[in-house]
Ligand binder design. Structure first.
Ligand code: HEC
Ligand code: HEC
Length: 290
């Protein structure tokens, strides 16, 4: 290929000397601004190489005059944060939940820690924010408590759980009045009517009257004479609109016949002391802590 640099007659620019089938290539220079940016980046990279870690080698990398490493900085930051927290964490572990609630600083710390531990461990059953789930997973954000809503009650429920294998677990057994033939189906129907009357929903006043005696005989010891519930026995209130297993006539009959009984694992062995206390304080503030 002939290479003859010449001037292009139309633009007055030099050609590269390349020519294909009579078409010649102009030798256009790079724009000045582009060149300067290129030079500037080269200068910047040289300065960067000198100052900071950059060129990888086989066993390491050039450290640069200033050095610096995002990873080391993070490790350092985490260590500092841990050190700051560890004092607070020890303080919380040593206090009763009531003592934690007295200090605004510890309380805030516990609420944040409790919220995240709750989302990890409890929300699958109790819902986010303790809103509860149908099918026997009670809301922890209202003031209806099956086992009591004081800080102590809540801590016991969390620590040992309910109806599990733990020796200290909360235990209570509602008898299967129908399945075990303790009561006749007709009596169970009357009892359901009697319970509906607690919330003004009864349709058959005769049945309500017939239900009173078996209620006082069989149920009041656990659920209270007015259906007010008994936290010591984990017997829920029956005279409000909050139901674990549904409050319709057929739900109530099914429960008297063959009761469902909620099970919750104990957390003493799974969570550390600080986390249990933070959870206690957090759950207590959710809604109706007593
Ligand atoms: C496997 C499901 C499950 C998980 C996980 C669970 N719970 Fe429960 N929890 C239950 C059930 C079911 C009950 C109701 C037991 C009953 O009917 O007496 C309950 C009851 C409670 C109670 C007593 C409520 C009352 O009204 O007295 C508290 C407090 C509680 N849970 C807190 C927690 C906390 C805090 C966590 C997380 C560390 C947690 N639960 C994790 C199922 C669960
Ligand atoms: C030994 C105590 C005990 C006795 C006696 C008892 N219960 Fe219960 N009952 C419970 C407990 C405990 C629960 C809650 C089960 C749970 O938390 O999962 C319950 C739950 C219920 C529920 C469901 C409440 C809801 O929120 O869904 C109904 C309805 C009920 N009982 C009715 C009765 C009636 C009617 C009788 C009498 C025939 C009776 N119970 C006798 C302990 C008792």
């Amino acid at each position: 290929m002939p290479t003859k640099v010449e001037k292009d007659s139309i633009t007055g620019q030099e050609t590269t000397g390349h020519e294909w089938d009579g078409i010649k290539e102009l030798n256009s220079p790079l724009p000045k601004w582009w060149l300067y940016v290129l030079y500037a980046t080269i200068v910047f990279s040289v300065i960067y190489y000198v100052l900071y870690p950059s060129i990888p080698g086989i066993t390491g990398y050039t450290k640069g005059l200033i050095g610096g490493s995002a990873r080391e900085a993070l490790v350092e930051k985490l260590a500092k944060a841990k050190e700051r927290q560890s004092a607070t964490l020890t303080q919380i572990a040593a206090l009763e939940p009531a003592g934690i609630a007295e200090s605004p600083e510890l309380l805030n710390f516990s609420l944040a820690g409790g919220r995240s531990a709750f989302a990890d461990n409890c929300a699958p059953c109790h819902g986010l924010g303790g809103a509860g789930r149908p099918g026997g997973f009670p809301s922890l954000a209202d003031d209806a408590w099956i086992w009591g809503g004081t800080l102590e009650d809540i801590e016991t429920s969390i620590r040992y759980g309910i109806r599990n294998d733990n020796d200290d677990s909360r235990i209570s057994d509602m008898p299967a009045f129908g399945a075990d033939e303790l009561l006749e189906p007709a009596q169970i129907a009357d009892l359901a009517e009697y319970l509906l009357a607690f919330t003004d929903r009864a349709e058959d006043q005769d049945a309500v009257a017939r239900g009173e005696e078996p209620y006082l005989e069989n149920c009041a010891a656990c659920h209270g004479e007015q259906g007010e519930g008994l936290p010591e026995l984990g017997a829920p209130r029956l005279n409000d609109q909050i139901w674990l297993y549904g409050g319709e006539r057929e739900d109530i009959i099914a429960q008297i016949d063959k009761p469902k009984q909620g099970v919750m694992p104990g957390w003493e062995a799974r969570l550390d002391e600080t986390t249990i206390k933070m959870l206690t304080v957090y759950v207590h503030t959710l809604g109706g802590g007593q």
